[in-house]
Design a protein around this ligand. Structure first.
Ligand SMILES: [Zn+2]
Ligand SMILES: [Zn+2]
Length: 104
């Protein structure tokens, strides 16, 4: 690297812990690499929170289970085949987990 003032070769020199380039004419320069290195920061990208398990909670209704005679069951509907087909109603006993269906 040469001095932009007089064209002489710049010489490295330590000044206050920092390495600078200096010339006999009095010109000094802080090397670009040193400056950019100081400004560098490690950026850690934040991890996205992933949904591992989606727990579906069905509404509970009063209906008697044919197996254990429990009177509460989860209730949901599902379109089984085509859109012209009627919805199928599903029931799941909250006690014995027995699941049954009923056509509307
Ligand atoms: Zn110079
Ligand atoms: Zn049951």
């Amino acid at each position: 690297m040469f001095c932009p003032e007089c064209g002489s070769i710049l010489r490295p020199k330590d000044k206050g812990g920092k390495r600078i380039l200096f010339c006999s004419c009095g010109y000094t320069k802080v090397p670009d690499e040193e400056m950019s290195a100081e400004l560098k920061e490690t950026v850690i990208p934040q991890k996205k929170i992933e949904v591992i398990e989606k727990v579906e909670i069905h509404p509970k209704i009063k209906i008697e289970c044919s197996k254990c005679k429990n009177k509460v069951a989860y209730y949901w509907t599902q379109q089984t085949r085509g859109a012209d087909e009627p919805e199928t109603r599903f029931f799941k006993c909250t006690k014995c987990n027995y699941t049954w269906r009923e056509y509307s």
